[in-house]
Design a protein around this ligand. Structure first.
Ligand code: MN
Length: 420
């Protein structure tokens, strides 16, 4: 069940004033972890607080914070060594950071290692070990199935029994702000025509939630949904960029390959599972009973509102979709239990994409393929029309949870560069 503690107290305030501004993504109740380029040239680890970053690499070197005891865990420029320490240490560290940043605590005030978020470049927060992309939205699976295979075969028969996924590429996971180059690949110009090798003409995004595995599992070990939930460190926003024309030609019989291997963008701040505790909820009602190993005893879905915005080159852009991760039929815990059901090992820094998050209404769809009905109903943006993404377009997500207080995920965005 949800396990709220004092770090979730809505009345908490910080001596970092910008954290107390209503609507800030990063109030003291959030404290997401990221990695940033320190002016010294090294990559440092920090938590976001208001519009600042508290530098944990410096705090650890000073001895103010020693989550690994004798062993330094914030000095390698990635969060993996900290993730390896496990949930009790993550929780103790959150409490310690919450104390250090709370209004009235003067421990750090004289010489606080704070950096302006706007003054530094963010890096990938973890060394991504593996990337698995799921397909957990019933609405998305139905909509895409209709477009690719027609009404009758829209939902493949296994979908209601297990979380469907493919093993993706960790090597092309990049942090928000990294440009994405339009991919080239095999495309069939018409159903009866031979394939050509050309730049994708149907470049798309997919709005997803990414779960970051904290503690892994040994080969041959099956995790229960409860064990899986406890091993998830936190979540990021994830864009699974997709080339629909390449995908349509290549995806049968083994699933997407080149159509999704050219880039995957994640937001720089990992919002911890513990920070998200107040926003947990039950997933949608089961349409058919699941096998026992996929049963969940706790509400492992999350109520996270996600806006998708699109801007043309130099344009102001607009929000083109507003969806919510609460619509996902399978939770990250169930996905991970399924992932390990065969004995597959998980590692710290593994990234699990939720699958495109499409809501129930036309303004809450999670990709261009659905929003424009495969290009038949273009979107108006900045005075132009878009069937799919054009060179120079910037596509981004913003996620937030709202309850007794608001917390956010920051931005997950990327600009499209021409094919090379
Ligand atoms: Mn996807």
């Amino acid at each position: 069940m949800t396990n709220l503690n004092t770090t979730h107290d809505p009345g908490l305030r910080s001596w970092v004033d910008s954290a107390n501004v209503a609507g800030s993504d990063f109030p003291i109740q959030n404290l997401p972890y990221g990695v940033f380029a320190h002016p010294s040239g090294a990559d440092h680890i920090g938590v976001a607080i208001g519009d600042q970053i508290l530098d944990l690499t410096v705090l650890e070197a000073r001895g103010t914070l020693r989550p690994g005891g004798e062993r330094a865990v914030f000095d390698s420029g990635v969060l993996n060594p900290f993730l390896d320490l496990g949930q009790p240490v993550w929780s103790d560290t959150r409490r310690a950071l919450c104390d250090l940043l709370a209004a009235g605590n003067d421990t750090l005030r004289a010489d606080a290692p704070l950096m302006d978020q706007g003054a530094v470049q963010m890096r990938l927060p973890v060394r991504v070990s593996e990337f698995t992309d799921f397909y957990a939205s019933y609405e998305h699976a139905m909509n895409v199935g209709r477009i690719f295979r027609g009404d009758k075969a829209a939902l493949v028969p296994n979908w209601l029994h297990m979380p469907i996924a493919y093993n993706g590429r960790a090597s092309t996971v990049v942090v928000s702000g990294t440009p994405i180059t339009r991919p080239c690949g095999q495309i069939r110009p018409a159903p009866d025509a031979p394939p050509v090798f050309a730049p994708s003409a149907k470049l798309d995004f997919e709005v997803e939630l990414g779960a970051i595995v904290g503690t892994g599992s040994a080969m041959g070990t099956r995790l229960s949904t409860a064990q899986a939930q406890a091993s998830i460190f936190g979540f990021v926003l994830l864009n699974d960029w997709s080339a629909r024309d390449i995908q349509l030609w290549e995806y049968q019989p083994l699933g997407p390959f080149q159509s999704k291997a050219f880039g995957t963008t994640i937001s720089p701040w990992i919002v911890t599972a513990e920070a998200l505790e107040p926003f947990r909820m039950d997933p949608p009602e089961r349409r058919t009973p699941l096998l026992p190993y996929l049963h969940e005893d706790s509400p492992n879905a999350y109520d996270i509102l996600i806006d998708v915005w699109l801007a043309t080159q130099g344009g102001a852009g607009r929000v083109i979709s507003r969806t919510n991760s609460r619509h996902l039929y399978y939770t990250a815990a169930a996905q991970m239990a399924h992932h390990t059901a065969c004995g597959c090992a998980m590692r710290s820094g593994d990234l699990l994409g939720s699958g495109t998050i499409s809501g129930l209404t036309p303004d809450s769809l999670g990709c261009m393929l659905e929003l424009t009905q495969d290009g038949r109903a273009p979107l108006a943006v900045d005075g132009a029309l878009r069937e799919f993404l054009e060179d120079g377009d910037t596509l981004g997500f913003q996620g937030r949870c709202t309850g007794d207080y608001t917390l956010g995920f920051g931005t997950c965005a990327g600009q499209i560069r021409p094919a090379t």
